[in-house]
Design a protein around this ligand. Structure first.
Ligand code: NAP
Length: 345
């Protein structure tokens, strides 16, 4: 039996979630080819991972180019056993909703899937990092009479999506995931496919070196409160679901270890509901922060789940078979890493 390591192609390797996936993949004994946009990013990631020879890089500058992945797959395709497609824009500071969010998400999905199908004859499984955004849009998520499962789809129209960045992002994730499932049928592929659909992802950066002044979009919610004062108003702008990044990483690796079990599945990663106030309450449990940051109205969001649609992700939990990290723990670990890096702990 061959003892050669199997190879995973991971797109968007510089990302917050992707570096946790990378950590788990290397720990599980895979070789990884990561796509990044620049040499600087490759060097920083390589350094984080001790310049291991199991990690190499290819340059994919802009996934909005339909042929962005062709050269990389043409060169490495024969050695690729698995693909994890994580690259996609998750930012709200954009100029044009279609050009900056929707096009790269949709074309990126199509580009990598077609390149993998064409150039990777040994591909066994393809995992796409989708989102809870592909399950329901924000207004529908507030309909408390509804229950969402792994079968639910966000049915937002393009016309609604282009009106603002948040709706645009939700739509971009939906169309990106649909593109994968549709192409799989159209091209009649013979490898397994899984979509991972995380809600808001919290938790520490994979490495202290990745803690920057402004963090990735989801962790910035917690980071922002670290700069607050006891007088800062805790607004009600966010009422959503959360999951810890380490659980998200595990959910990307599990399908590669058991393609048959996870083929065709969508995994809703949610450990429950939260609001800004829940984050603030969790932060105020930390001795280093108590009395120094926003307080808001403690416990105002304790019953936030009753105000929103129900999420039934029991199938996901059964398939994955591990318990998810709690809100208190994910907020604590996120905050303590930032405080430590900034010399405040
Ligand atoms: P992130 O740190 O911003 O990572 C995004 C990744 O995509 C980065 O590697 C980025 O490259 C790459 N990327 C974005 N636009 C690109 C383009 N046009 N061409 C090439 N690469 C591009 O965010 P993240 O939170 O880890 O998100 C990773 C994935 O998880 C995304 O698909 C996101 O939609 C999904 N997701 C995130 C959350 C969450 O709460 N964080 C929840 C659900 C789903 P650069 O580093 O070079 O910019």
């Amino acid at each position: 039996m061959s003892t050669e390591k199997q190879t995973v192609f991971l797109s968007g390797a510089s990302g917050y979630i992707a570096q946790h996936i990378l950590k788990d993949l290397l720990a599980a004994g895979f070789k990884v080819i990561g796509s990044v946009r620049s040499e600087d990013k490759a060097q920083a990631i390589a350094k984080n991972f001790g310049n291991t020879e199991d990690l190499s890089f290819v340059y994919v500058k802009d996934i909005a180019d339909p042929k962005a992945f062709d050269a990389a797959f043409e060169e490495h395709g024969k050695n690729i056993d698995f693909v994890v497609h994580s690259a996609s824009p998750f930012r709200f500071d954009i100029n044009d909703v279609n050009e900056d969010l929707i096009v790269p998400a949709e074309i990126g999905s199509a580009g990598i899937f077609k390149a993998a199908t064409k150039y990777a004859p040994n591909l066994k499984h393809f995992v796409v990092t989708s989102s809870y955004a592909s399950i329901a849009d924000a207004p529908t998520d507030t309909k408390k009479e509804l229950t969402f499962t792994e079968k639910t789809w966000n049915d937002m129209t393009f016309e609604q999506a282009v009106t603002n960045a948040v709706d645009g992002y939700y739509y971009s994730k939906t169309i990106a995931e649909k593109t994968i499932w549709n192409l799989a049928k159209e091209l009649n592929v013979n490898f397994g496919i899984t979509a991972v659909n995380p809600s808001f992802v919290f938790g520490p950066q994979a490495f202290d070196a990745n803690v920057t002044k402004v963090l990735n979009t989801s962790c910035q919610i917690i980071n922002g409160f670290l700069d607050s004062t006891p007088e800062t108003v805790v607004d009600e702008s966010i009422k959503a679901a959360f999951v810890d990044v380490r659980d998200v990483a595990k959910a990307h690796v599990a399908p590669l270890l058991d393609s048959k079990k996870f083929n065709g599945e969508r995994l809703i990663l949610s450990q429950g509901r939260f609001g800004n106030q829940s984050v603030v309450d969790a932060l105020n449990k930390l001795p280093a922060l108590k009395g120094k940051i926003a307080v808001g109205t403690p416990h105002r969001d304790d019953e936030v789940a009753q105000e929103l649609a129900k999420i039934d992700n029991s199938r996901t939990k059964e398939l994955l078979g591990f318990p998810f990290v709690s809100l208190d723990e994910t907020v604590k670990d996120t905050a303590e890493q930032i405080l430590k890096v900034n010399g405040k702990l």
